[in-house]
Design a protein around this ligand. Structure first.
Ligand SMILES: Nc1ncnc2c1ncn2[C@@H]1O[C@H](COP(=O)(O)OP(=O)(O)OP(=O)(O)O)[C@@H](O)[C@H]1O
Ligand SMILES: [Mg+2]
Length: 312
């Protein structure tokens, strides 16, 4: 395993940010840590990148122990933090060359590597302009280039796209994907199921400092019974009757939100469910204001997983 954590514990003033955290990531794969604010994602990344000493458990990265061999771990990794440190006055190219020099590359090699990375991240043209004029997406791509200046074996990306608009987010995703082609192992934290879905081979869902579920994006969504069908009926008084019709059509009892006149139910076959529900409601003369099939949200994955945890 290229990244291996077992039973990690870390407490801040008695409160456990990590509480028996386990993780195993094979070399050459992308692993997502998915969890809400305060779940412990950044704390896990800080322990694995040697920035924080755990109170208990073990952490190994690239074959070295994060506590007893921090220098060896540091030499093998790159870290994209939640808040990056670029020099605003310098150009993208100058920032990259500076980081290259800081990491003991010669002047010539630093220049060559900077040019290569600007090219790779689509920054070749903007590379000579000061960073102060960069958009959020350009900054994040430059951050990524900075972490790669030494070609790390293992790359940690802490919320690489938080705060970016959908277009910039897609640009960063593209950059991360191109990285993995180079054979690196990537651990990525995110609050977005979609991001983990697009980038990660496997995902660990983190809550209250521990992993509560692990698998491929497909496996996690299957825990919820696949997609969701939502509909809003026109008349408040018809909600109960509509619920019975939906139940008959898809074979599962929908959850009802009376105030919003809304019904929601998990469905396995998107189009089949949409068609049969629409037809059944029409036949019964029930007016529908809105109807849609959608992927489960992170909230729903969480509610489902935490509810399952409480029941067991
Ligand atoms: N240096 C610190 N001092 C005190 N408490 C901390 C410290 N770092 C983290 N915590 C606490 O540990 C818990 C986990 O925080 P962490 O930053 O790891 O969460 P996260 O999953 O990265 O959240 P986010 O999505 O908001 O980045 C939180 O309750 C947080 O308040
Ligand atoms: Mg964090």
């Amino acid at each position: 395993m290229e990244i291996h954590a077992r039973g990690l514990v870390k407490a801040f003033r008695g409160a456990r940010a990590l509480d028996g955290f386990d993780l195993a990531v094979p070399a050459g794969s992308v692993h997502g840590l998915l969890g809400p604010n305060g779940a412990g994602k950044t704390t896990a990344v800080r322990v694995l990148t040697t920035l924080l000493r755990p109170d208990g458990g073990t952490a190994r990265v690239a074959g070295h122990d994060a506590v007893s061999e921090p220098a060896a771990v540091k030499a093998a990794i790159g870290l994209l933090g939640q808040h990056a440190a670029l020099d605003e006055v310098l150009s993208g190219r100058q920032n990259l060359e500076l980081f290259g020099r800081l990491h003991h590359l010669g002047a010539k090699e630093a220049r060559r590597r900077a040019g290569e990375l600007l090219e790779r991240f689509g920054l070749a043209e903007t590379g000579s302009r000061p960073v102060s004029g960069y958009s959020g997406g350009m900054r994040r791509r430059l951050d990524l280039a900075v972490c790669l200046i030494r070609s790390p074996r293992v790359l940690f990306l802490d919320e690489p796209t938080t705060g970016l608009d959908p277009r910039a987010r897609a640009e960063v995703w593209e950059s991360v994907r191109s990285l993995v082609g180079g054979g690196a192992t990537v651990l990525l934290t995110t609050q977005y199921l979609e991001e983990a879905d697009r980038l990660a081979d496997r995902i660990s869902v983190v809550d209250s400092g521990r992993v509560i579920a692990e698998g491929t994006a497909g496996q996690l969504k299957d825990l919820l019974g696949g997609d969701r069908l939502d509909l809003v009926v026109r008349e408040h008084g018809e909600l109960e009757r509509a619920a019975r019709i939906v139940e008959r059509a898809v074979g599962a009892r929908p959850a009802a939100d009376a105030d919003a006149r809304r019904l929601g139910v998990p469905v396995a076959d998107r189009i089949g469910a949409l068609t049969s529900v629409m037809r059944a409601l029409q036949e019964e003369g029930i007016g529908v204001e809105d109807i849609a099939v959608r992927r489960p949200t992170l909230d729903e994955v969480f509610l489902h997983l935490t509810a399952a945890k409480e029941e067991s």
